[in-house]
Design a protein around this ligand. Structure first.
Ligand SMILES: NC(=O)c1ccc[n+]([C@@H]2O[C@H](COP(=O)([O-])OP(=O)(O)OC[C@H]3O[C@@H](n4cnc5c(N)ncnc54)[C@H](O)[C@@H]3O)[C@@H](O)[C@H]2O)c1
Length: 309
């Protein structure tokens, strides 16, 4: 089979970096994206792009790899668009799986650390089943991801197709969605800091996250996708070092030399208190070891927000 890859959601933050990487490595790259979460076009010359939804796209080509990243991953965005969110992670996943099955491709899905909900084991291993509110306002996203995982594993067991599920934990870097309230925490803080606007923290700021720089995500993803013998595997791809949202805000203020003030607002419903990845399995199976520390990654991200590359 030729070196070809089909990427659903390939105009987004993670997907566009993956598309660039595959192109650079001599792959024929096809991107399908409905441009719902990002108006800016991140598609490079040489990539075949079609504006379409993962739910109803049709394709008869043979691909070596199919990666499904299409989703609305920002909490404010998915809470505003719950049905779209569920759709791309149910009918969308099934359609992408059917295309992979016909084409004989290796199928990869980006699930999320959100499948763990408010986890009681930190760092959280893949074997933790999750503590998730099945019908709360975040359920359209986290239950969508959980349903997709069940569907993918059922296709894997029933049709014997090669599937790989990754659960990213808070990846950041250049091209991450930066617009208004739909930005995630790092882009929101960086943008506010660069404009000397208030930095809004939901809750008391003591909740933690662990942030992984895009280059590390890309290295892990490519390794996971292309290593033989990993069919049916579920892997955390994240960082282990936790940082509180208060410390993150202070760090961004310092790195941007901003005059912004920190303003606290009520915490968001079902917001997990702590989040950190147990990456021992990824270390063992694909030799994954994050290499870009937070200060360095933030500086590169800040440079991009200032108009650099
Ligand atoms: N970035 C992270 O930290 C992170 C963490 C956990 C999981 N993920 C998952 O990784 C994937 C990519 O995330 P991202 O950060 O690149 O987000 P993103 O919003 O930048 O990219 C998602 C892309 O999917 C597209 N899309 C949305 N719905 C679609 C549909 N129905 N049909 C076709 N295209 C559609 C959007 O237009 C966008 O280009 C998502 O599935 C997300 O849930 C990301």
């Amino acid at each position: 089979m030729s070196n070809s890859i089909l990427i659903f959601g390939g105009n987004g933050f993670l997907g566009s970096h993956l598309a660039d990487f595959a192109l650079k490595n001599g792959f024929k790259v096809t991107v399908i994206d409905d441009l719902s979460t990002m108006e800016r076009l991140n598609i490079q010359n040489g990539v075949k792009f079609t504006k379409a939804k993962v739910e109803n796209y049709t394709d008869e080509e043979d691909y070596k790899y199919i990666v499904h990243l299409a989703a609305r991953p920002s909490p404010e965005d998915y809470i505003d668009h719950p049905l779209d969110t569920l759709s791309s992670n149910s009918w969308g996943t099934q359609n992408a799986l059917d295309i992979a099955r016909k084409s004989g491709a290796i199928f990869m899905y980006t699930s999320s650390s959100e499948v763990y909900g408010n986890a009681s084991i930190i760092p959280t291993p893949e074997t933790y089943y999750g503590y998730v509110n099945p019908n709360g306002i975040r359920s359209c996203y986290d239950e969508g991801k959980r349903f997709s995982e069940a569907l993918i594993m059922s296709y894997h067991r029933y049709y014997h197709i090669d599937t790989r599920i990754q659960r990213p934990f808070n990846v950041y870097g250049p091209r991450i969605r930066e617009d208004g309230q739909y930005g995630r925490v790092i882009p929101r803080f960086v943008k506010a800091a660069l404009n000397d606007e208030d930095i809004i923290i939901f809750g008391d700021g003591r909740q933690t996250r662990s942030f992984l720089y895009i280059d590390d995500w890309l290295t892990a993803t490519w390794k996971f996708l292309t290593t033989e013998g990993l069919s049916g595997t579920v892997l955390n791809i994240g960082a282990t070092k936790e940082i509180s949202i208060n410390d993150l805000a202070a760090k961004i203020l310092e790195l941007t030399q901003s005059k912004s003030k920190i303003v606290y607002k009520p915490s968001r419903v079902d917001d997990p208190a702590r989040r950190s990845a147990d990456i021992n399995l990824a270390k063992k199976l694909i030799g994954f070891e994050p290499s870009v520390d937070l200060d360095k990654g933030l500086l590169r991200t800040i440079r991009w927000f200032k108009g650099g590359n």
